[in-house]
Ligand binder design. Sequence first.
Ligand SMILES: Nc1ncnc2c1ncn2[C@@H]1O[C@H](COP(=O)(O)OP(=O)(O)O)[C@@H](O)[C@H]1O
Ligand SMILES: [Mg+2]
Length: 377
Amino acid sequence: MENPFRYGGIVLGPYFADRQKEIKELKREVKNLSRIFLVSPRRYGKTCLLFNLMASLKTEKIPVAYLDLNAYPDIRSLAQGYALQTCKALETNRDKLMKRLSGLKHFTPRFSLEADGTTIAAELISTMPDKDALTALLEGMQHAENLATRKRQKLVVILDEFSELARFNGHTMEKALRSQIQTHQSIAYIFSGSEQSMMLAMLRDRKHAFYKLGRIMELGPIDRKTYTNFILRWLKKGRITASHQDLQRLFELGVNIPYNIQRLCYNMWDLAQKHKKITSEILEELPDIIARQDSPHYEIIWRTATPLQKKILIALSQEPELKPLSKEFALRYQISPPSSIKASLVSLMKKGIIYRTLEGNYRFTDNFMPYWIEAMI
Ligand SMILES: Nc1ncnc2c1ncn2[C@@H]1O[C@H](COP(=O)(O)OP(=O)(O)O)[C@@H](O)[C@H]1O
Ligand SMILES: [Mg+2]
């Protein structure tokens, strides 16, 4: 039997654990044409949740356009993606789609045959100057709204990794999008983002255009009991014995982050093949196994870190609760002055190696990295 614990990509259907409540709630909200900001740290399963939501909306024939802002290097490409995805969601008939796309001022549609020889692929091309890209994006948004209204359909637009918006020309774009979105009557929006502090600032800070535009839904960890049952069900299918009690250790090792839990389960499944039983030895072995699997990645991080950054990473791996900007930290690890600690923290955050929690602690983005550091020093 194939390993049922998938990680890394989009996890769907029977391999996707729980989140039934969240899907139901999101569904109810989009049907009410709400604007929802879905916020959580990375790897909590927002993208997976959104894909499962889309699958569910599809069964009800509710059109959805999904855009991952990470996938668009600039406003021009985002404008193209936006116009194309929203039109495709609303118009499945090829001729009609072509007609709709031709209605766009800033773009010219082009259709080509896919490699399979039967599917027709549509794309938009444009020769507009860069300065018109934002106008083109707004045109596409208005076009989607008009089309949905004309068809008397509700359209759901999902903008994943929404905090990436700051990468495009920040406040100007925020303002323009807000005033566009505010007028929409036929589109529900889900904005999803992992940069928690930035997302929350965007929404709560009066200076930001998204202030109070919609409701915040914070995605927490998966309910433990339901997740445990999910894991037990798969183990049982694979004829592996385990108790509810044993599995609780997984949540500690994976600090409740779904990506981590899946990864632990994946390796646990493999290790258990020999004796078909989950033991505490197996469980305790898992983090080091994963840390070893990822060591090439950690080695690159380590090689490019400054001596001070290395010291901080070592300290954080040993005492995650100690605040790096406290006196105690500087004393204990003989690091000073605070200004250079601060600069190193900022740099480590920029590189995505650590992040700051809302409580002001610094955590490894990758929870297995401290195990690698421990094994190394
Ligand atoms: N409900 C779930 N069931 C199973 N695996 C999940 C679930 N949620 C998240 N995961 C795992 O976590 C990984 C990261 O999830 P992802 O949706 O990319 O997180 P985010 O978008 O919040 O960063 C997925 O590849 C998957 O392995
Ligand atoms: Mg994601």
